[in-house]
Design a protein around this ligand. Structure first.
Ligand code: ACO
Length: 328
């Protein structure tokens, strides 16, 4: 057996400076700080400036992860970018990052699994490394959901924010690194969370713009029910595959969509609050980037370090879900 595995060499994240508070939303739609805090746990979120794009934040998060991993961009073999809000349909956001970050030898591609995108991308990165095809892979998850949020729809607009998170995946000693992954999809629930227009079925037209079809649509309650079940089942499976018990978890890093969904997962695994990463109060739901942002904050804040066991778990449009068990 090899004496190494694929693991995380460094983490990074990047968030816009501009803050949108619940009080700002009280002026935009019929809502209240009290409703938003009690129903979602969100107090504020970050939004990018109009002239910025997803690759700007992906680049920053990627640079920070490379710095912490002490990896030269020129030594990267591959860049994977998980996003549902790319700068444009093509070229890929990963290719834009590859150029700007100076990763001259690296291949690059985007990967789309909505809020679960980071877990899909990091699982692919680990497979590339463990197969021997790549030695170092930069995984970036970046989304500017503000670009597809309908700020006249109170049911969705209060939930989302912008941001990017990144990890460098490479070889680590065999008793560290990724121990298990669990990925899944149920496409029959695709209509619970989707962006109707802008693709090949409904290209942009006056009709699609007039009908506000370039904004995200969501059935909140259906998504909520799915999320609670999918996160628990996926995390259970990844623990079983890794051979870990609940007590082995040093930190649970769940997708940040709603504090009530996070609380359900915390209770299911009987974890104290200090073993669960929560950023939703500050950043809202930042889609694919929420897990790597929360992980990066936990690493930088000293909540987890080398040797600690981390379980990451998420769900999102598709519908999709995923989990990863990793020893730092
Ligand atoms: N302010 C005030 N009232 C509101 C707001 C708001 N912002 N939004 C909805 N309401 C109202 C509704 O209109 C409804 O009023 P009514 O009873 O008069 O019709 C009432 O509040 C209750 O609405 P529900 O939808 O039942 O509220 P719920 O408790 O389900 O919370 C929420 C809604 C927060 C959206 C919740 O369902 C949720 O978090 N769902 C999961 C969302 C999610 O995880 N999305 C993941 C996206 S992942 C990705 O890939 C992007």
């Amino acid at each position: 057996m090899a004496n190494w595995k694929a693991g995380i060499l460094g983490t990074g994240s990047a968030l816009p400076d501009q803050v949108l508070t619940n009080a700002d939303f009280e002026r935009m739609v019929d809502t209240s700080d009290e409703w938003i805090v009690t129903r979602t746990g969100i107090r504020e979120r970050r939004v990018a400036k109009p002239e910025e794009a997803t690759s700007d934040y992906a680049l920053l998060a990627g640079q920070r992860a490379l710095e912490r991993a002490a990896v030269d961009p020129a030594d990267l073999d591959l860049i994977l970018c998980a996003t549902v809000t790319p700068d444009m349909m093509f070229p890929s956001t990963a290719s834009l990052v590859q150029d700007r970050i100076g990763a001259k030898r690296a291949g690059a591609m985007d990967l789309s699994a909505a809020c679960t995108g980071f877990l899909y991308a990091v699982s692919a990165a680990a497979a590339f490394v463990e197969s021997g095809q790549c030695r170092r892979v930069l995984v970036v998850a970046a989304d500017l959901l503000s670009r597809i949020t309908d700020y006249t729809d109170r049911k969705t607009c209060v939930l989302f924010g912008d941001g990017a998170g990144a990890v460098v995946v490479g070889e680590v000693p065999a008793d560290h690194g990724f121990q298990a992954f669990d990925l899944g999809s149920d496409g029959s629930g695709g209509h619970y969370l989707y962006l109707p227009a802008g693709g090949s079925r409904q290209p942009a037209s006056e009709h699609s713009v007039g009908g506000r079809m370039h904004f995200l649509k969501m059935e909140g309650q259906e998504t909520f029910k799915f999320a609670v079940k999918a996160m628990a089942a996926s995390a259970e499976r990844v623990l079983a595959t890794a051979g870990w018990g609940r007590d082995d978890i040093d930190l649970l890093v769940p997708h940040q969509a709603n504090i009530r969904i996070i609380e359900a997962a915390r209770k299911r695994f009987d974890l104290p609050a200090e073993k669960v990463a929560v950023t939703i109060d500050k950043y809202g739901n930042t889609s694919a980037s929420s897990i790597p942002i929360a992980l990066d904050e936990a690493v930088r804040g000293g909540r987890v370090g080398p040797g600690d066991r981390v379980v990451m778990v998420g769900f999102g449009g598709g519908l999709t879900w995923g989990a990863a068990a990793v020893r730092l």
